[in-house]
Design a protein around this ligand. Structure first.
Ligand code: G3P
Length: 218
């Protein structure tokens, strides 16, 4: 299972790399805005910096919603660095753009996916990744993990190579259940990944080991 961090924060990305378990990064326009990155040149420079920090796929999202502009933006993003994955929203022109990039051998991540039908379309268009949003479905009283399960099943039925990238993963149980279901990738804040470290019996056991060592080595 691949771990991506869902952030545009360079320090968080560096920290994730140092942990030694990071496979990639996803960003979106909201995450870029949160870091105060504005203006095309700054946005491009920021993506380049992310690509220099992480050895893995880096999703960079197009802003355009019409086919021609998506292609123009996506090609510009893809030229930045070999690790760039062009992130494209699940809309009609987005599906066409995914097909276009797929035919050109440029990786894509189909984002804002909230149904199995949308995921099927993304796979048919040749997306490298499909991003169903687990937490946002939970937010409206639906079952985000059930959607992950459905998509994994459908892709396995037909051998689609599109990787299921569970997004909007908000806490440790989300991540663990995605792993149980067989999602190919999860993207989440670093705190969710480091949350996997925690167990009170580990802390208690370590404290005992260190105390016992100290007793005889004092
Ligand atoms: O990758 C999509 C993700 O950023 C959405 O997460 O927590 O804003 O729903 P969230």
């Amino acid at each position: 299972m691949k771990f991506f961090v869902d952030t545009a924060n360079l320090n968080e990305i560096r920290e994730a790399v140092e942990l030694g378990v990071l496979d990639g990064v996803t960003t979106n326009p909201s995450l870029m805005a949160k870091e105060g990155i504005r203006g095309l040149n700054n946005v491009m420079a920021h993506y380049r910096q992310i690509c220099e920090i992480v050895d893995g796929d880096v999703s960079a999202e197009v802003i355009a919603t019409d086919f021609r502009e998506m292609i123009r933006e996506g090609e510009e993003l893809a030229e930045l660095h070999e690790n760039i994955v062009v992130k494209i929203p699940m809309i009609r022109d987005g599906v066409k753009a995914i097909r276009y990039f797929s035919d050109k051998g440029i990786k894509t991540n189909c984002t804002l996916v909230f149904s199995a039908g949308q995921a099927l379309l993304a796979a048919k268009a040749g997306a490298t990744y499909v991003s169903p949003f687990v937490g946002r479905l939970d937010d409206i009283g639906a079952d985000g993990l059930q959607l992950i399960e459905q998509i994994v099943q459908i892709y396995s039925n037909y051998g689609y190579e599109t990787q299921v990238l569970a997004a909007s993963v908000r806490h440790v149980p989300h991540l663990i259940q995605c792993a149980e279901i067989g999602a190919d990738v999860v993207t989440c804040p670093l705190s969710v990944i480091t949350g996997l470290l925690n167990h009170p019996l580990t802390d208690k056991g370590l404290a005992t080991f260190l105390a016992d060592h100290k007793k005889v080595n004092a």
